[in-house]
Design a protein around this ligand. Structure first.
Ligand code: BGC
Length: 772
């Protein structure tokens, strides 16, 4: 399992014991073994955290030991918050309410159901990500939720069948990084703290938590074994962007990283997060992810949720007997309270949990978080969730159809939508690869949400028929429905469900495939709409001549039907692009199709070797250029066409081109010199069609000794028919660098860099080079 140098590193690590940080260097890579990094760095108020720390320190100085300990773990409350930190009344601290999740507030009424992370990824739209988060943040604030348990950038989507890939944005760290950054800014602009999760390398649901096998043997969580370079260039990248954007909290993950649990891993918490990235906020466990006592605190964990069975008064005992420094406890509490001050929650925030009743039937006031102002953003987020990938002979937009026939189990709203199941409306946690109880507008688990309403596709189609005087027929239940011969168009709605707690069984299912094929065999204009919580392959019908249109709709939230109808009838022009690669067949994902399983000598200590390094998704398909995708990363059609010209690549005149960034005081996000702009790229894009549209111009670069292409810029622009727009991409030092494991620095290599600009990762008409 481990390479010989990995074993050597292990022996070395054991011989040196903890505290040997200065001797163990990461040029030994420590694959499969996590090096010790101690002591835990104290938050000092770097950057714009200074005044929050001054206030927090003054606050903490007034606390008794018991009060400090109480702040380090959650308590039960009479609210429906997912987690609660108790109040300290004598100091006017009202407590902290934390609740799920990144697609809308879960567990209460009068909130919106927003498009999911994967839909934000599909929008490739920075401004939209920002406004979506801003309006979502307003809802959290009105409800007295101090911290949203999101957004998600882990999983990144390494495993195609991963059950939670839909909660994050994209398999690409650059795209995820930009979108998480906008999301953090939007949410925190409303004084709501963000808990960016799941830190880190939480790439599968299988064995995410320790279990007991059928013989009663303990089985530990899976270990994500990652080398230092891959960690920096792929998995840490979007978390770094989140810290740079001001993220106040990180949720450490369930699984192990290099065989050390995520919430007691001193390398990832003390080392990467709190030292290298200069993180000033606090680390909270995923719910129930604490697997150690004092060791977790010393490794950099600050707060345990939903409660701790091991900390409590043991923390003060540990200080008394010397196993933990008193300064560590102070730091844990200071980081928490500093976050509260950083977001001005001491002055402008409603009472924690005010809009979070413990159950639907308990007496509670209606705290209405939905607003008129949010509606256009809610709808636009739903629209840009959709990616049109097939449109034979421009069958879309529809041209005054007289008869629309609608098929499939995914077209209608759930038959029951009430306040049962502790406000988790509609979607349960049952594992299934399709969801037949109503249209799929969100995935399952803690990321699901409870919208004000669900506007299903059939509802919106009928409204349109009313306006147009057209007719609609439907059959939601038959696998081989009867098709009216005169149908102008047949719309088939299927889905690909995924939920927290399970990885998916397959990338497609035969039942849905049969519905599509049966309709297509009898309808010359069949358009398939897939609500997909992750990759959905379509090998059974993608090339069927009667399948004239395919839309990957993802998870649009409550306005799913309205958004779709706007697109179908051309009131909006599709502008979503795939935030992942759709393969021709599942086996094209190779070893990254399925999660790792406990096996062989590691059956009790499951191992997942990230031995592919940075070569996941399109980076793997492009390697040696031998796997042709069905639809490449970044792909998506519009009702118009765009031409590219005029590529210009220029170095910023006064920027340093030294191999390593100049040393500078660390700020949240890391060495600020990493974010100096080194290169600007511009190009011209012309709308050559007859309707207005939005194009996502994409920049990929080939960094020496790296993948053929990596996304390093995108610019979404609205262009009127016949007009041109200029697109601009600016590249930072980090964008051009690779992680040098010996120097422990980002290295700007000497050599030739290839630049490509165009429509998607495989259609890049403009090319150029730059030499360093
Ligand atoms: C999930 C987290 C979630 C937490 C609280 C956990 O099971 O992994 O994403 O925020 O529960 O509900």
């Amino acid at each position: 399992m481990f390479t010989s140098w990995g074993k050597t590193a292990l022996l070395l690590g054991l011989a040196l014991g903890s505290g040997a940080q200065d001797v163990i260097t990461s040029d030994t890579a420590f694959y499969g073994q996590s090096p010790p990094v101690y002591p835990s760095p104290e938050g000092t108020g770097l950057g714009d955290w200074a005044s929050a720390y001054t206030k927090a320190k003054a606050f903490v100085a007034q606390l008794s030991d018991d009060e400090k300990v109480n702040l380090t773990a959650g308590v039960s409350s009479n609210t429906g918050c997912s987690g609660f930190i108790q109040a300290i009344d004598r100091l006017g601290f009202p407590g902290i309410c934390m609740s799920d999740a990144g697609n809308g507030l879960r567990g209460t009424d009068y909130v919106n159901g927003w498009s999911s992370g994967i839909s934000v990824g599909a929008s490739w739209n920075r401004e939209l990500a920002l406004s979506r988060a801003t309006y979502m943040g307003q809802e959290y604030r009105k409800k007295g939720v101090n911290m949203i348990l999101g957004p998600v950038v882990g999983p990144l989507g390494r495993v195609a069948l991963g059950g939670r890939n839909w909660e994050g944005y994209s398999t690409d760290p650059y795209l995820s990084g930009i979108l998480v950054s906008e999301t953090v800014k939007g949410l925190q602009s409303q004084n709501v703290a963000t808990s960016v999760k799941h830190y880190i390398a939480n790439e599968q649901e299988t064995n995410r938590n320790p279990t007991t096998d059928s013989d009663g043997n303990a089985v530990q969580s899976v270990s994500s074994n990652i080398d230092d370079k891959t960690m920096h260039e792929l998995y840490l990248w979007p978390f770094q962007d989140a810290v740079l954007a001001g993220a106040t909290n990180m949720m450490c993950s369930y699984q192990r990283i290099n065989n050390s649990y995520g919430c007691q891993n001193s390398k990832t918490l003390n080392g990467l997060l709190k030292t290298e990235l200069g993180f000033q906020g606090y680390v909270v466990t995923d719910w129930g992810a604490q697997h150690a006592g004092i060791a977790g605190a010393n490794a950099g964990l600050d707060v345990v949720m939903p409660r701790s069975s091991t900390w409590n008064s043991n923390l003060t005992d540990a200080i008394a007997n010397g196993t933990m420094e008193a300064s560590r406890l102070d730091d844990m509490v200071t980081r928490l309270i500093a976050t509260w001050y950083y977001l001005d929650q001491d002055t402008v925030f409603p009472h924690p949990g005010v809009g979070m009743p413990s159950s639907a039937s308990s007496p509670h006031e209606a705290v209405i978080a939905t607003s008129k102002e949010a509606k256009p953003v809610l709808l636009q987020s739903a629209i840009e969730s959709h990616v049109l990938v097939k449109n034979t002979d421009n069958t879309l937009p529809l041209k005054s159809p007289k008869l629309i026939s609608v098929f499939g189990y995914d077209a209608y709203a759930p038959l029951k939508y009430d306040l049962s199941n502790n406000f988790n409306f509609g979607l349960d946690r049952e594992r299934s690869d399709l969801y037949q109880n109503g249209t799929l507008y969100v995935g399952g688990g803690s990321g699901q949400n409870s919208p004000a309403y669900i506007d299903a596709p059939i509802d919106a189609i009928k409204r349109r028929a009313y306006e147009d005087g057209s007719s609609v027929l439907w059959d939601f239940t038959s696998e081989a429905p009867t098709v009216d011969y005169t149908s102008d168009v047949c719309l088939v709605f299927i889905n690909a469900y995924a939920t927290e707690g399970y990885d998916r069984e397959a990338l497609s299912d035969t039942y849905s495939d049969a519905i599509v094929t049966n309709v297509a065999n009898n309808c010359g204009n069949t358009i398939v709409v897939v609500h997909n919580a992750g990759v959905r392959t379509a090998e059974a019908w993608v090339d069927h001549t009667n399948v004239t249109g395919i839309i990957y709709a993802h998870l649009p939230g409550q306005d799913t039907g309205r958004a779709l109808v706007e697109l179908l009838y051309g009131d909006s022009n599709p502008s979503g692009r795939l935030p992942y690669t759709v393969a021709k067949r599942p086996s094209d994902y190779g070893a990254l199709l399925e999660p790792s399983q406990p096996e062989g000598q590691y059956q009790y200590f499951p191992q997942s070797d990230f031995s592919e390094g940075v070569y996941i998704d399109y980076r793997a398909f492009d390697k040696d250029d031998d796997i042709e995708p069905q639809y490449p990363f970044g792909y998506g059609l519009s009702y118009t066409t765009f031409d590219y010209s005029d590529l210009k690549i220029s170095k910023t005149s006064n920027a340093s081109s030294a191999a390593y960034p100049a040393s500078a005081s660390i700020l949240p996000g890391g060495n600020p010199r990493l974010f100096d702009e080194l290169v600007t790229v511009t190009a011209s894009v012309k709308n050559t069609g007859t309707v207005d549209g939005q194009e996502v111009a994409q920049l990929y670069i080939g960094i020496p000794n790296g993948p053929v292409r990596q996304l390093r810029g995108f610019d979404k622009v609205s262009i009127k028919a016949g007009s041109s727009a200029s697109v601009t991409f600016s590249l930072t030092r980090r964008d051009l660098s690779t992680w040098d494991t010996n120097a422990q620095e980002w290295l700007l290599q000497r050599g030739t860099y290839n630049f490509y600009v165009g429509r998607n990762s495989r259609d890049l008409p403009l090319e150029g080079t730059l030499v360093y």
